[in-house]
Design a protein around this ligand. Structure first.
Ligand code: ADE
Length: 233
């Protein structure tokens, strides 16, 4: 999987990949990253990339020319690349999107700064537009990293243990059951005793019960849907 990040701030993103699982994925050639800065394409003599919005309103917008030229150059070099824009005005990104996008060969993440991007650029280039939640970030970089992380985990070979994908929250409808590691006693708290013994069917049924109560508490709508589909109690 190849990712291109179109951003004015590549350093923010680069550091995220300099450690952990994603660093290993890069070393193993499972994923690769490159960066394109719209500023390098600005024809303005001061390399300006923002301007005031027509119709007023606070803040600045990213102007179309630098982004247009930057994205055109990416498209020309990689005509089949999938262009994903990050903005708060979009459908929410969910796990199914992560799984689906993990099958692409080249994803281009376009992150806006300031108060957003001139809408015509989205119109001209976006294959998909995502929000990561109902709040406004100072830029799309964090959002593009969230997508990239979630997608990468679904790229074959990135996770050491392929089992860890199958059992996860959202794979089914229920949130994942809590997990515990050593030590057994921590600040006088111990995991449920079934977890400490090796009876796998008991562990499975306890995990199912815990999954249900977590989902009921944290995501009641999801719980209702799961219940209507999979169980009666
Ligand atoms: N840019 C600013 N806020 C955002 C959000 N919530 N999701 C995606 N991109 C954004």
């Amino acid at each position: 999987m190849r990712y291109t990040f179109v951003t004015l701030f590549p350093n923010i993103i680069e550091s995220y990949f300099s450690d952990t699982i994603l660093k290993r994925a890069i070393e193993k050639d499972l994923i690769s990253l490159d960066f394109v800065s719209p500023r390098d394409f600005s024809t303005n003599k001061h390399k300006k990339t923002d301007d005031t919005a027509f119709g007023g309103g606070a803040g600045m917008l990213m102007t179309p020319q630098p982004l247009y030229d930057a994205l055109s150059s990416v498209k020309e070099a990689s005509p089949d690349a999938h262009f994903v824009f990050l903005t708060p005005v979009a459908k929410p990104f969910v796990q199914n999107d992560a799984k689906r996008l993990a099958k692409k060969e080249h994803i281009v993440f376009v992150s806006g700064r300031y108060e957003g991007i001139d809408e015509r650029i989205i119109e001209l280039f976006a294959d998909e537009v995502f929000s990561i939640g109902d709040y406004i970030l100072t830029g799309g970089e964090l959002a593009s990293m969230v997508l990239c992380d979630a997608i990468s985990r679904n790229v074959e070979g990135v996770l050491g243990n392929s089992e860890s994908l199958a059992e996860e929250s959202f794979e089914g409808w229920l949130l994942e059951a809590p997990s515990f590691t050593k030590p057994q006693n921590f600040h006088n708290l111990t995991p449920p005793k079934e977890f400490l013994k090796g009876n796998h069917s008991k562990i499975r049924s306890l995990k199912f019960a815990l999954s249900k109560s977590k989902t009921k508490y944290f995501a009641p709508e999801r719980y209702k849907r799961a219940k209507s589909l999979f169980f009666t109690d």
